[in-house]
Design a protein around this ligand. Structure first.
Ligand SMILES: [Fe+2]
Length: 415
């Protein structure tokens, strides 16, 4: 989708609001119904948080095949899950050191200074620029992505979705097309590099794009109770506004692997653990106190904004994830609001490798083919600002470093 012209965008927003309001018998009442559900969920989350209980479901890698329906229901209700002990600590320590060496031997910090300002995606999130590295092809990242452990985890996560439409697969849960993303390495004491609450995978598109309108149809049509965030139908049909740093893939989950130990207050991830919270954001924007050409602060080519002016109810449920050990992983649904704590009060680096789950489907395959060209050149992947730090980096992962699975995941060998 191309829409960079402000007038054009204003018109699209106004038209979409008209269409979306007409889907409901009473859009005001529809919002109130959703708001009541969210109020109740927020109360549950606040109560559990006060008691010191973790509201975010947690399971162990070794139990993946034997989880109860009860925990599965919790994961689908919360839209997130921590899967622990996916990798051994020793392996993680090796990967963490390997990544640190890669950064140091290639003088990453000097290169970054030269290219400051190329990445504009998060520039509206008021916490400032995050301590996220524009690195995609280190051996550490590539080895983690092509590991058999993550392969197992992602297949399991994908199968939480309803991925069939009649007899056809909307995506194949057993084949992964990896999505090369960055790393976060946060220095102890850092206080400037947080990320305020947001959603990825499109901002204004969630209202104006025809694919997204279909995804969220039940929400707008007074059928909130029926809305299933894990129904893949039409999720592969969305069209994002052309812009660097906006995700153009369909991820069943976003996620990361912890390279180091990190707890709450160590500059870690925060989630609003309500899978259906997007319904509140979508219907809130249709109310008449929001200017007709605005969507509660969301801007094109930026992350979806969640803010205190319009979404203070949701923000009460913002929860820091519990302590993570090296080799633990956390996963969240693409509609789940997330943030990174403003302050790192801890004493050690809190480091993670981002690893979304991007199963095989037409949309992801198209991206994957473009991404593989970038891999071979060592350039930044198509979704990210073209900083291209790694082109001449020593010890970058190359074709020879890929396993058979790794080649298939990068569309360099057919599945
Ligand atoms: Fe994000």
């Amino acid at each position: 989708m191309k829409t960079t012209d402000q007038n054009d965008l204003d018109k699209k927003i106004q038209n979409s609001k008209e269409i979306l309001r007409l889907k409901s018998k009473d859009y005001d009442k529809n919002f109130k119904n959703i708001e009541n559900y969210i109020k109740n969920e927020v109360k549950i989350i606040e109560t559990e948080n006060k008691k010191g209980n973790s509201i975010i479901p947690q399971i162990y890698f070794k139990d993946l095949d034997t989880n109860s329906d009860d925990i599965i229901n919790k994961i689908m209700n919360r839209g997130c899950v921590i899967i622990r002990n996916v990798f051994e600590e020793k392996k993680m320590n090796h990967w963490n050191t390997q990544l640190e060496n890669y950064i140091n031997e290639n003088n990453y910090y000097d290169h970054q200074k030269e290219k400051a300002g190329i990445d504009q995606y998060f520039s509206d999130l008021k916490s400032g620029k995050p301590q996220i590295f524009g690195l995609y092809w280190s051996k550490t990242q590539v080895e983690i992505r092509q590991s058999i452990e993550l392969d197992k985890v992602k297949k399991w996560l994908n199968k939480l979705w309803n991925y069939k439409n009649k007899d056809e697969n909307i995506f194949d849960p057993n084949r992964e097309l990896v999505y090369a993303d960055r790393v976060r390495r946060r220095e102890p004491g850092d206080s400037t590099l947080g990320l305020s609450p947001h959603c990825d995978a499109g901002s204004v598109e969630r209202w104006i794009d025809k694919g997204y309108q279909k995804v969220y149809n039940d929400i707008f049509m007074d059928n909130f109770e029926k809305y299933n965030p894990f129904n893949a139908l039409n999720r592969d049909q969305t069209k994002e506004i052309e812009s660097p740093a906006v995700s153009h893939v369909f991820r069943t989950f976003q996620g990361w692997v912890a390279l180091t130990r990190q707890g709450p207050r160590d500059g870690t991830l925060q989630l609003i653990p309500i899978a259906k919270s997007i319904a509140y954001i979508l219907t809130r924007a249709l109310l008449l106190d929001v200017p007709e050409n605005e969507l509660c602060g969301s801007k094109p080519a930026r992350a979806l904004s969640v803010n205190s002016k319009y979404h203070s109810l949701l923000l009460k449920a913002l929860t820091s994830i519990p302590e993570m050990k090296p080799g633990d992983t956390v996963w969240w649904h693409p509609d789940v609001i997330h943030a990174v704590e403003d302050n790192h009060f801890g004493e050690n680096y809190s480091n993670v490798v981002y690893v979304g789950s991007t199963p095989y489907c037409k949309k992801n395959l198209e991206y994957s083919k473009k991404q593989s060209e970038k891999f071979l050149l060592g350039e930044s992947p198509p979704d990210f600002a073209p900083e291209n730090y790694e082109v001449n980096f020593k010890n970058r992962a190359k074709l020879d470093d890929l396993t058979e699975l790794g080649k298939k995941q990068l569309s360099l060998m057919s599945w």
